[in-house]
Design a binder for this molecule. Sequence first.
Ligand SMILES: Cc1cc2nc3c(=O)[nH]c(=O)nc-3n(C[C@H](O)[C@H](O)[C@H](O)COP(=O)(O)OP(=O)(O)OC[C@H]3O[C@@H](n4cnc5c(N)ncnc54)[C@H](O)[C@@H]3O)c2cc1C
Length: 403
Amino acid sequence: MSKRILVIGAGFAGMWSALAAARLLDQVGRTDVEIALVAPAPELHVRPRLYEQNPAGMKAPLQEIFKTVGVRFVQGVVERIDVEGRQVHVQGVGAGSSDQILGYDRLVLAAGSRLFRPQIPGLDTHAFNVDQIADAAKLEAHIAALAQRPASAARNTVVVAGGGFTGIETAAEMPARLREVFGEGADVRVIVVERNSDIGPDLGAGPRPVITQALGELGVTWKLGSGVAAVDAQGVTLESGERIDAATVIWTAGARASALTAQIPAERDSFGRLHVDSHLRVKGVDTVYATGDVAYAAVDDAGNFAMMSCQHAMNLGRSAGHNVAADLLGQAQIPYSQPKYVTCLDLGPWGAVYTEGWDRQVKLTGAEAKALKTKINTEWIYPPSANRAEALASADPLRIVVA
Ligand SMILES: Cc1cc2nc3c(=O)[nH]c(=O)nc-3n(C[C@H](O)[C@H](O)[C@H](O)COP(=O)(O)OP(=O)(O)OC[C@H]3O[C@@H](n4cnc5c(N)ncnc54)[C@H](O)[C@@H]3O)c2cc1C
């Protein structure tokens, strides 16, 4: 009787899991194992680019690749995981679809993350974000429509709530985006609000001087030490009581792992990520692997853990896919390891900053770093071509992308 590996999610981790599992089946010549992948659409959403223009175009088709490597795509949303019964309940998506129950022998949870939305008055109703394609497209349409409003300081002001990775990248884009709508000479204001006492609190001291120089030259300002307490249609009120009138508020403060992680009876970290072993199997749950943004995984023996990042999700995916198939086929598993860590932060028209190491030593800035960021964002993170041999070869779990 044939067995089934079921992958939930078609993001960076899910896509690479499916391809890596297919690679191992191909290598050992096994045709009695089905790889099925469930996601709302057969496409990779390129979330790291959603602060850029044209977010609706930030996706890549996966149907042909899946077909060529023998992955069965199931369109739907997983609502419930029954670990005991080894099955998931899938809600159909799209016209003519129906709900179904899918059994599995091994499960790979790769359902990614969602923007963290704390209980702040007005946040859900009035704040924009760049978390998913539809969210970013809504923000783009809003900015374009601002031109119809009468000119005012508030109309020309964007508040970016959160001065982390996404907040900085988004803020750096905004002055030019606003000037495209209001005209080159327009007086625009972009203000980053960060609760911590430093901008980019998680990015450390290394790249901070470059970040502040770039934002300063782009005309972006920041307010530190007080978070957003409330959002309304006219702007934000800070915890300090300060008021900023703004027609546009963009919430960027962090991510949380998919709520599906709560259905796996295992330990999770404060972001909701499942603790996994070095083969990315969920600790204490033999039949379930977790990867990408839903996995709390050690990247080395020095105490570093994967970030919720595309950089880690792609390698985590290849490792989880290989190991889940190896587990089922009685082949050797390969421990996940990714000791090299880099950061490439987009700083809009100013350029970018590229760092290496967990202490983020600056290696490139300005146009040079921007050229690297452009390569990452337009080439490296995209799926392989729908050529079977190439797609399978690129799913090698030992492949090193950043050397
Ligand atoms: C604006 C922004 C900028 C970023 N910039 C960077 C960057 O510069 N560098 C970097 O490394 N990372 C960056 N990231 C983070 C990066 O995008 C994520 O870490 C990465 O997408 C995680 O990959 P993933 O496959 O784990 O999850 P995701 O990409 O979130 O994919 C999850 C998949 O699971 C599917 N799914 C979810 N729930 C279900 C369900 N119930 N049933 C079926 N399918 C489901 C989704 O539809 C999707 O296909 C950025 C993120 C954002 C939002």
